[in-house]
Design a protein around this ligand. Structure first.
Ligand code: FRU
Length: 486
């Protein structure tokens, strides 16, 4: 988009008269494809979830935000709060990039609780007169007015020797009374990795070194790392850039996934692990972040979008949303991701609930925004198809092949405009268990599919007409089927 000159992309929100911004918000609010139950920006572009933390009965979730348009420009942190991970309240902009070290963006970072107060650590992005990038890591705390107060100068003012200025997205965690932070980095040889720092007070940080994963040439940059332990296993999440497609894997422009292994050895920084696994086999998923819930559950939220891809909502001056929160569990030594149980409270009306003997059924239920749950599936035909948001011209197809256990999401006809066509219109995964359960959440412009109680998950943006509301099931099977409006 040509109007988005560098100058336009680095204009602060405060340049706009409040009435002009109000008008912009209203136009976005009335535009097509706005989500009903997902976090989305009031105007402009949303990207990574940031600062996700629970404190005193409230979840805080921030996101990367460029207010003025559907492009990556001067990034703020926008603040949302919730009591239940489902209903979110808009708290407005929390982190304003108006100091020298973050003058070109308050980039991604994490949240943590210290001294009974929410704190954050994020990357200050600064460009000099020659447009060279300078990154630093800044700590701050959340004030009672919902704004983040920065503790300047930056806690980590420089990039250590051996790494480029692509050095960002600190994730802070505590282990045995010591604070650690893990940062996404690029080595001088232009390969991606993560490095770690430690601290006794989460303000004064000491460089420890590179986290040793053995993945020495795996893309040119690792963004948004996260580390946590679950039932005795260690998980390193990150979003590597520059990985080539490999059969069904790595189909999107950039990937997000994890290494599962023995708990990270500290301070040695060795991590023994299995192969990299993608977190989501869909089209639109990036930069996920986790936090611990009140009751000890590990919850993950991702950006339901990708960098460098344009979407049909762009022309209405907004882009992207966050995924639904997922609970991570370890079952049979495998990571599972389930929609958090609180999401049941979204169900409004039961549109359909029956034991089903299914051979080519156009269901009586029609819906635009809904949840579909198919369980105890016993398939006797080779294939099962579930078609959503169906009309004469449009459909989004979920297809399962019994012989190969391959599950495919096909958005070739999901709407008049399909994003990222260069990257293809289908995504597939091969399941380890035969398909027995399918849970699908459909919002005005998204589909999230959870297979076999979280064995695999796929997220996709779709841009159908409002009137495409048919639901069609094809196959020879018995199952329980329930459809709820949301
Ligand atoms: C990931 C990312 C982060 C960075 C942020 C800037 O999408 O590139 O690495 O901090 O977005 O918005």
């Amino acid at each position: 988009m040509n109007q988005w000159t560098r100058e336009a992309r680095y204009r602060p929100l405060s340049d706009l008269a409040p009435e002009v911004y109000q008008l912009m918000k209203e136009e976005v609010r009335n535009s097509p494809w706005r989500f009903s139950f997902h976090i989305q920006p009031p105007t402009g572009l949303l990207n990574d979830p940031n600062g996700f933390v629970y404190h005193n009965g409230t979840y805080h979730l921030f996101y990367q935000w460029f207010p003025l348009g559907p492009v990556h420009g001067l990034k703020y942190w926008y603040h949302m709060t919730s009591k239940d991970l489902v209903h979110w309240f808009d708290e407005g902009a929390a982190l304003i990039p108006n100091d020298d070290p973050d003058s070109h963006g308050a980039y991604s970072g994490s949240g943590f609780v210290k001294n009974d107060q929410v704190h954050v650590m994020y990357t200050g992005n600064k460009r000099d007169a020659e447009w060279n990038r300078h990154t630093s890591q800044i700590v701050g705390h959340l004030r009672s007015d919902g704004r983040i107060e920065k503790h300047l100068p930056p806690a980590i003012p420089e990039v250590p020797t051996g790494y480029t200025e692509h050095f960002r997205d600190p994730k802070v965690f505590q282990h045995h009374d010591t604070w650690y932070c893990i940062i996404g980095a690029q080595r001088d040889d232009l390969s991606g990795c993560t490095v770690m720092y430690q601290s006794l007070d989460a303000e004064n940080w000491t460089f420890m070194g590179e986290l040793n994963t053995g993945y020495d040439q795996f893309g040119y940059m690792w963004e948004c790392p996260d580390y946590f332990e679950l039932d005795g296993k260690g998980f390193l999440l990150f979003s590597p850039q520059g990985i080539s497609p490999e059969n069904d894997r790595y189909q999107n422009i950039f990937q997000s996934g994890y290494l599962m292994g023995q708990p990270l050895a500290l301070p040695e920084l060795t991590f023994q692990h299995e192969d990299f696994v993608e977190l989501d086999f869909g089209f639109d998923f990036y930069a996920p972040q986790t936090t611990l819930a009140a009751d000890g559950r590990r919850i993950l939220v991702g950006w339901m979008g990708l960098p460098d891809i344009s979407y049909p909502s762009d022309r209405f001056n907004w882009a992207h949303g966050l995924t639904l929160p997922r609970e991570l569990t370890l079952e049979n030594q495998q990571l599972r991701q389930k929609p958090v149980r609180e999401l049941i409270s979204l169900r409004k009306e039961t549109l359909y609930k029956q034991e089903l003997e299914l051979v080519d059924q156009l269901l009586p239920a029609q819906a635009e925004i809904f949840e579909l749950e198919l369980s105890q599936l016993q398939l006797s035909s080779d294939q099962l198809e579930v078609k959503l948001r169906v009309s004469d011209q449009e459909q989004t197809v979920l297809r399962y092949d019994q012989q190969t256990r391959r599950f495919t999401m096909d958005r070739a006809s999901s709407g008049a405009e399909v994003p990222a066509l260069d990257y293809g219109t289908t995504r597939s995964v091969t399941l380890t268990e035969p398909l027995h359960t399918l849970r699908v959440f459909v919002d005005r412009s998204s589909v999230e599919v959870f297979l076999n109680d979280g064995e695999a998950v796929a997220s996709a943006r779709i841009f159908p007409k409002t009137t495409s509301q048919g639901i069609v099931l094809t196959g020879d099977a018995t199952a329980h089927l329930a459809i709820y409006s949301l």
